[in-house]
Design a protein around this ligand. Structure first.
Ligand code: DQA
Length: 148
């Protein structure tokens, strides 16, 4: 199973940005964490990050023929990018929305995810572990698909 982890704007600033919310581990630590879990679960995982909406959209389109699942942390685009919503809807690869923080317990504008209706599920509020839970979800999904 080939999984793409796609991180949006400002996630490259982990460890520096608002450590009281996002913790003190860096983006490189997150990449290492994800790859360690991927190895345990025997999943092939590519990790990409961009601060630009158009690049995230291009990567989502590219994913159509290259991945079996996408774990997307859209950062702030989550809350207002109808273009990313449309990009998710334009591909058939299942997308799990993830967030490090619990967006339901923060500012009002973060409570709304415009991409959620196009996603399989949302996993948030567990820090790095949100990505682990999403990878496990895809692993289970893959096993179910193979059994049927
Ligand atoms: C975030 C939550 C978003 O509201 C915020 O804009 C981010 C990070 C998270 O992972 O908690 O950049 O997606």
């Amino acid at each position: 199973m080939n999984i793409l982890v796609l991180n949006g704007p400002n996630l490259n600033m982990l460890g520096v940005r608002e450590p009281e919310i996002y913790g003190s581990n860096t983006y490189e630590d997150l990449e290492q964490y994800i790859q360690d879990i991927a190895e345990e679960l025997k999943l092939n995982v590519d990790i990409k990050q961009s601060n630009l909406e158009g690049i995230l959209i291009d990567i989502l389109h590219y994913a159509q023929d290259h991945y079996d699942g996408i774990i997307l942390n859209g950062g702030a685009y989550t809350h207002y990018s109808y273009a990313i919503l449309d990009a998710i809807k334009s591909i058939s690869v299942p997308v799990i929305e993830v967030h490090l923080s619990d967006t339901t317990k923060r500012e009002k504008f973060r409570r709304r995810s415009v991409i959620r209706p196009a996603c399989l599920t949302t996993i948030q509020g567990h820090g790095f572990k949100s990505y682990k839970l999403a990878l496990e979800r895809f692993k289970q999904k893959g096993e179910l698909t193979h059994d049927s």
